[in-house]
Ligand binder design. Structure first.
Ligand SMILES: Nc1nc2c(c(=O)[nH]1)N[C@H]1C(S)=C(S)[C@@H](COP(=O)(O)OP(=O)(O)OC[C@H]3O[C@@H](n4cnc5c(=O)[nH]c(N)nc54)[C@H](O)[C@@H]3O)O[C@H]1N2
Ligand SMILES: Nc1nc2c(c(=O)[nH]1)N[C@H]1C(S)=C(S)[C@@H](COP(=O)(O)OP(=O)(O)OC[C@H]3O[C@@H](n4cnc5c(=O)[nH]c(N)nc54)[C@H](O)[C@@H]3O)O[C@H]1N2
Ligand code: SF4
Ligand SMILES: [Mo]
Length: 722
């Protein structure tokens, strides 16, 4: 049988590397990097082959299933949708709109079906909407909203042109970049140095990225806020920065100067875990570089001071003249320019709260930290039915181990997922989409965060099965089922017709045609999806260009360097530090800080059923410094019990001097040995759910995002089971 090769992208992580998929008959026989891809240029990581593994995985669901007792049996699509509609509407009639909750997970962002996820969210009119964003980039969006009046304006590090790249709380050598889409991050980082630039990594662990850098600063977990306040102090007091370098007018400069006037490196160094001299040198070198960019990602977001730290990152970039200019922080001009519209969207911060009144809504959603409680707590406003779409919150979010019981207690739960996971095993009905290799798409989201402007098209590798549905088709049907419709039978039919026509591909085609490069604006030479389809590696639309002025949504279009509530919170952080109280100070007998870690062959919780991704040694280990291990009489490979205020897990110890003393690192997304989990390979692997250790109430002060990098733990030799 002849082989054919099809160009598309790997959609597993934000890099969306171009791949060439070779198919013989109905089998994927090879996956290689596509050298013509305008962004990845032939690079792929080992996960790319998992695109084939997922497609062929016998454990992947191919038809809807309904729970009967402890197992699932196949049912037809129509029957499934009818039952779901009936039961969800019943819950709403009995308990109100917010009794239906929804959780949207990470892979949703990797397909254009996500727009239908949001449509479903709108149709639900519920207050109880949650996404993985509140354990991820929420603080960054919050800062973008406060500083630039537009939550989408999370700046991109212009890594390909900078003279100095400072990475805090990110490990792009493994993650390949996030909210700065940079496939082959390793090469891009090496190129900074080849150009004569300097790379600095600020991370409690000497990561794969730190190994590529000129300098590694082993900050204490949570110490970034002190470090950056001290850096700003040096920049301000030595007149190494000012507000005149901003290309867009700003407010708050004087208040910013006052804030850091006394925030000396000497005072803050112990809390940052970095020597005062190093802080001073860092600040001077940073100011002296022709262009320089601070790039921070989840390691910084997942902190109590996540918002404050991301604000300091953006502010330092701004007052050193590195905002909205090549080599600094920039904004893309994507083929569908969603940022232009986003500035008009209300963020509804605090428009409502969770039931305990602890967490404020932001961007029409509640922090996922509130999820289990909002289901379990007795009384009015309780969530009685759930929809999850492309998420595995049981493993990926801190819930004090209560989410299993919470999901089990629901009147009804429907999951849109292709696996029976730790989460979806609790569902009444699971609706599986077709495999990613059966989808045709254009990447509209990550082109908003790429290091170059581009448009790339994803061809189908296989025709979808006759009875297969894409995520968007499933979500569209769910939308009609839950929408409040007059004359339901008639209007539902009309809506379903309309949705069938409005496929994400059609919407994207229209969006691109009317976008900044589109044929409708630029005539015959303009961009179309058809042109991207004809170019097997996508279309390069050039380097990033300054454009903040046109996107900023604040009053009088000024950058807010010092939002008042940030000033208040930062003052409190400084006052506490002066009194010797810092997020980095151990307390109550807990003596080690727990942080996360990602592996090149893993992707959050869901690639562990593909044999090539999990072969070799146990990955879910606790990484500990040799001196910390010796102090506790622990040896490499030994099982250890890790205990926090909220829970306790057993994992193997990995002794390694790459990690800062007083810190341990355990990856998330493991712990698949739960009864009823449908991924047979994953369920045979060692590892535990690290989110059992994280306290859901430990969150970022402003956005409510989970602060999983600020958890205190103890570690002891595991006592063998009796
Ligand atoms: N402790 C700790 N916890 C963390 C993190 C951390 O660093 N430390 N990181 C956090 C981050 S950044 C994120 S983004 C979250 C991720 O958290 P989640 O999004 O909740 O979890 P994932 O592990 O990505 O689960 C994805 C689910 O989607 C399914 N899926 C995959 N592709 C598709 C598809 O195309 N369609 C549908 N319908 N389903 C699909 C998979 O089978 C899987 O069940 O985890 C967070 N959790
Ligand atoms: N291989 C692989 N790639 C992935 C994923 C994956 O699971 N595996 N997940 C994808 C997803 S959903 C996302 S959001 C991105 C995330 O992409 P990145 O942001 O690059 O994520 P991490 O690799 O978790 O890097 C976070 C870093 O922060 C460090 N850190 C922890 N605490 C602190 C702190 O207090 N201060 C500082 N300065 N650093 C700290 C950790 O040691 C770690 O090196 O990766 C994506 N790509
Ligand atoms: S870095 Fe790896 S997982 Fe991410 S898109 Fe590229 S090949 Fe896929
Ligand atoms: Mo993420």
């Amino acid at each position: 049988m002849g082989a054919t090769t099809i160009a598309r992208q790997c959609t597993l992580c934000e890099a969306h590397c171009g791949i060439l998929v070779t198919v013989e008959g109905d089998r994927v026989t090879r996956i290689e990097g596509n050298p013509d891809d305008v962004l990845s240029g032939g690079y792929i990581c080992p996960k790319a082959t998992a695109m084939g593994g997922l497609h062929h995985d016998p454990d992947r669901l191919r038809t809807p299933v309904r729970r009967v007792g402890d197992s699932f049996e196949p049912i037809g699509w129509d029957e499934a949708f009818t039952e779901i509609g009936r039961r969800l509407r019943k819950v709403r009639r009995a308990h109100g709109r917010s009794a239906i909750g929804m959780y949207l997970g990470n892979p949703a962002a990797h397909s254009s079906s996500a727009m239908y996820g949001l449509l479903l969210r709108v149709a639900l009119l519920t207050r109880n909407f949650f996404t993985a964003s509140s354990i991820d980039q929420f603080p960054q969006e919050f800062v973008a909203w406060r500083m630039f009046g537009n939550n989408v304006l999370m700046p991109i590090a212009d890594i390909d042109r900078t003279d100095r790249l400072v990475i805090l709380g990110a490990n792009p050598a493994v993650s390949n970049g996030s909210i700065t889409t940079m496939p082959n991050a390793k090469q891009r980082i090496r190129n900074v140095r080849r150009r004569g630039g300097k790379v600095v990594v600020i991370d409690p662990r000497r990561t794969e990225t730190a190994r590529l850098a000129d300098e590694h600063i082993a900050v204490a977990p949570g110490g970034d806020v002190y470090l950056l306040l001290a850096v700003l102090h040096v920049l301000v007091t030595e007149n190494l920065c000012d507000e005149t370098v901003l290309r867009v007018p700003s407010t708050g400069w004087e208040r910013l100067r006052e804030l850091v006037a006394d925030a000396t490196p000497e005072q803050l160094a112990p809390h940052a875990g970095v020597a005062a001299d190093d802080i001073r040198r860092f600040a001077r070198e940073h100011a002296a570089a022709p262009s320089a960019v601070l790039y921070a990602r989840v390691g910084v977001s997942q902190q109590v001071n996540g918002t404050l730290t991301h604000w300091l990152v953006n502010t330092i970039n701004a007052v050193t003249g590195n905002l909205d200019r090549p080599g600094g922080q920039m904004f893309a001009t994507p083929p569908i320019d969603a940022a232009r519209f986003a500035k008009y969207l209300p963020m509804g911060y605090g428009a409502w709260t969770d039931r305990t009144g602890t967490y404020k809504s932001f961007r029409t959603e509640l922090p996922v930290a509130a999820l289990a409680e909002d289901i379990l707590a007795e009384g009015a406003g309780r969530i009685r039915a759930m929809i999850t779409y492309a998420g595995n919150p049981v493993l990926s979010t801190p819930q004090r181990g209560r989410l299993d019981a919470a999901l089990e207690s629901l009147d009804f739960y429907v999951a849109v997922d292709m696996y029976i996971t730790e989460t979806t095993r609790h569902a009444d009905i699971i609706l599986p989409p077709i495999s990613p290799l059966e989808r045709e798409e254009v990447d509209v989201l990550f082109s908003m965060f790429s290091v170059r402007n581009n448009l790339r098209y994803d061809a189908r590798v296989f025709e979808p099965p006759a009875d297969g549905l894409e995520d968007w088709q499933i979500l569209a049907r769910l939308t009609t089922e839950v929408a409040i419709l007059p004359a339901r039978r008639f209007t539902a039919r009309v809506l379903n017709r309309l949705f069938r026509w409005a496929s994400p591909m059609r919407v994207a085609t229209l969006g691109v045609a009317t976008g900044p490069y589109g044929v409708l604006r630029r005539g015959g030479k303009g961009l179309t999806v058809a042109k991207a389809r004809a170019a097997a590696g996508g279309i390069d639309l050039g380097p990033l260009r300054p454009r903040l002025r046109s996107l900023i949504g604040t009053k009088r279009r000024k950058v807010r360097l010092m939002p008042e509530d940030f000033a208040t919170a930062a003052r409190a952080v400084l006052d506490d530090a002066r009194r010797g109280r810092a997020i980095t100070t151990p307390s109550d007998g807990y003596d080690l800080k727990l942080i996360g870690r990602r592996h090149l062959r893993s992707n959050n919780s869901w690639l562990h059923n593909v044999p090539a991704m999990v072969k070799g040694r146990d990955r879910c280990t606790a990484l500990m410094h040799p001196a910390d291990a010796a102090e506790r009489g622990l040896t490499d490979g030994a099982p250890v019990t890790v205990t926090s205020r909220t829970g306790s897990i057993v994992v193997s110890l990995e002794v390694d001097d790459d990690i800062r003393r007083g810190t341990i690192a355990i990856p998330h997304g493991w712990g698949h040995r739960e009864p009823g989990v449908g991924w047979s390979i994953a369920a045979s692997l060692p590892g535990a759910n690290v989110n059992l250790l994280h306290d859901p109430s430990l969150t970022d002060t402003f956005s409510g995002a989970a602060a999983v990098n600020n958890t205190w733990v103890t570690v002891a030799r595991a006592t063998p089971c009796p």
